[in-house]
Design a protein around this ligand. Structure first.
Ligand SMILES: Cc1cc2nc3c(=O)[nH]c(=O)nc-3n(C[C@H](O)[C@H](O)[C@H](O)COP(=O)(O)O)c2cc1C
Length: 323
């Protein structure tokens, strides 16, 4: 667990093409899939393949980075059935989501709403653990609580004593949503209260944040979500810094080939009326670190034709390689 960097699960944002691009840029130790919702059925293989096509290449991205599936639900039996199935299909681990703040998810008793019931959290992990071969880690991702942090330690202890192999702590409550700050000092409290490794998560946008979250939380392993999407070489920068090498920060133009590749992959997965939304979403988020993303976003926004957007991205990539 030293210095691990984990790419966070992000539904609708870190999908297979984004995982492919970010893990090829480098520095990421493993990824967690977008959550797959478990109700009262066993998922079929086609559904899982849609979320995690990497399962057909040994649960690894093209760069060789492992992808762990994440399940979201509140029924211990059905979560256990589906976890066992994933293990049979070769999943390297099974992660359980106890942090999703979405209304529809919480109304059905899944995600962050479970943080009000530490006993149920424990029961879920215990049932999933018992149903899954011992060699496959069962891990959990939690927030600090639902409305407040009063049950944070109880929840973490319930997860740990029920057999979670690792706990990722996103240092905010459900009520906090995604509003800064993230309360990293709470990760340290949780780390002191449980016997299993804790992975720190929340508001890591640059190298300074990466150092500070580790200092404040005492964790050496860090999960990064939005920071990696808006600074795709952030994990690589960390690795270079740790190796004492020059950072070699990625310039805007160097991202063109990656964006073109991302969009081509996206077009193979979705209809042309939906795919432009994905590149617009990425560009709009990247304006946070690359002011130049605004201009390209505005150009792409006016264009509804997926094919011509793709051509435009390749023309930019080409101009860059000729320059
Ligand atoms: C668009 C979006 C989708 C997310 N989807 C998931 C998810 O499917 N499963 C999960 O456990 N967390 C999900 N999260 C939470 C992230 O994994 C992470 O905990 C959070 O973004 C804080 O980390 P960051 O500040 O590094 O982004 C999502 C977050 C965002 C912004």
């Amino acid at each position: 667990m030293t210095n691990l960097i984990v790419l966070a699960p992000m539904e609708g944002l870190v999908d297979p093409p984004m995982r492919d691009i970010l893990t090829r840029i480098g520095g990421i130790d493993w990824c967690v899939s977008e959550f797959m919702r478990v109700t009262d059925v066993a998922m079929n293989r086609t559904t899982v393949e849609r979320f995690i096509p990497e399962m057909n290449q040994g649960w690894k991205t093209r760069a060789g980075t492992p992808v762990r599936p994440q399940l979201l639900g509140s029924d211990p039996h059905w979560l256990a059935v589906n976890a066992a199935q994933l293990a049979e299909w070769g999943a390297p681990a099974v992660d359980l989501n106890f942090g999703c703040p979405a209304k529809t998810v919480n109304r059905h008793g899944g995600g962050a709403s479970l943080l009000r019931e530490p006993e149920l959290l424990g029961e879920i992990v215990a049932r999933v653990r018992a149903a899954t071969p011992a060699a496959i880690p069962v891990t959990a991702k939690m927030r600090l609580g639902y409305h407040d942090t009063s049950l944070a330690l109880d929840c973490a202890q319930a997860l740990s004593s029920a057999g979670a192999a690792e706990i990722v702590v996103h240092a905010r409550t459900k009520l906090d949503g995604y509003k800064p700050p993230a309360h990293w000092e709470w990760i340290a409290r949780i780390r002191d209260a449980v016997a299993v490794p804790v992975i720190a998560n929340g508001e890591v946008w640059d190298l300074d944040d990466y150092q500070r979250i580790r200092e404040v939380s005492g964790c050496s392993a860090v999960m990064i979500g939005r920071g990696l999407v808006v600074k795709p070489d952030l994990a690589r920068q960390v690795r270079r810094q740790q190796a004492g090498q020059a950072l070699d920060v990625m310039e805007w133009e160097q991202l063109y080939p990656w964006m073109a590749d991302f969009f081509t992959q996206t077009r193979t997965r979705m209809a042309d009326r939906h795919s432009p939304g994905r590149i617009k979403q990425w560009l709009s988020l990247m304006t946070r670190t690359y002011p130049q993303a605004r201009e390209l976003f505005d150009q792409v926004r006016r264009n509804t034709c997926a094919e011509s957007i793709e051509q435009q991205l390749y023309a930019l990539a080409e101009s860059r390689s000729v320059a």
